[in-house]
Write a protein that binds this ligand. Sequence first.
Ligand code: FAD
Length: 294
Amino acid sequence: MTSVIERLQGDAPAFSIEFFPPRDEADEAVLWKAVRELEPLDPAYMSITYGAGGSSRDGTIRSIARVATETTLCPMAHLTAVNHSVSELRNVIGWYAAVGVRNILAVRGDPPGDVYGDWVPHPQGLKYAEELVELVRSLGDFCVGVSAFPYGHPRSPDLETDTKYLVRKFRAGADFAIAQLFFEAEDFLRLRDRVAAAGCDAPVLPGIMPLTTLRTLRTTIRLAGVPAPQRLLDRLEPLADDPKAFRAAGIDVVTDLCEKLIAEGVPDLHFYTFNRSKATREVVGRLGLVPARA
Ligand code: FAD
């Protein structure tokens, strides 16, 4: 099975897709409809996030196993250190390997309930993502990704410290990083420059959310952790009561952002799909990233 890093070796830019685990049967049907619609577009890989609770965690393992066995997609499973002892983490990593998943996005996770609450590691667990990278690496031939933050992680005191710990994750064995959401291409490129200036040549991939609704705009602002540029708010907020016009403008904004990133040589655009395919298909279609036959 090819790894994420192998899938990023081509000359042309690629795109990848992120899903969350389904909560029930109806959710599962929605997810699989989106997967089947995106599969012919040949994304570089598909990932499924890892939640805080048992049933959601089972959902990640079950769904990524299905991706590995029933689709042509390259699967990547997320994993967090939240509420897991090291032996439980070994177990989950073992499950991933057993179902044919060799790509793992190793993130620390946030305190369940209140993401800004105190982070308390499991007494027999891990404190930072760096240790999770080391653990995954020690257990087999995995391709490992980590998260990166264009404006710095909310708990980092400054960008210098933030970059230092990101670089430690690469030194611990991470092959690539996926960036949290951001607004301007330059914001992402400065992160990439910081990593390069620290002597790391591992790919850093931009995270992209199609801005189809006011809700996706608000989610982007929350996850980015900084206020949106006034220019963007002036363009989108007046359209709040006209969903069709908002969607059209939001897709234009995101397509424009992606074009700038491609011009700067990013190897892959990582789309947060919300388990739907339409907006991602539209953007990658406009960017010409889909195979001619699709
Ligand atoms: P870390 O790299 O451990 O960093 C956390 C904080 O500690 C940072 O401020 C960092 O600078 C600091 N730090 C790191 N190492 C050290 C050290 N050695 N000493 C002192 N300080 C240190 N969450 C989920 O629950 N499930 C998911 O599936 C998920 N997927 C994600 C995917 C992407 C692409 C992104 C960007 C985020 C995702 N998250 C997910 C959210 C993520 O878990 C949180 O943002 C979390 O707060 C940070 O995780 P991290 O891996 O970056 O942590």
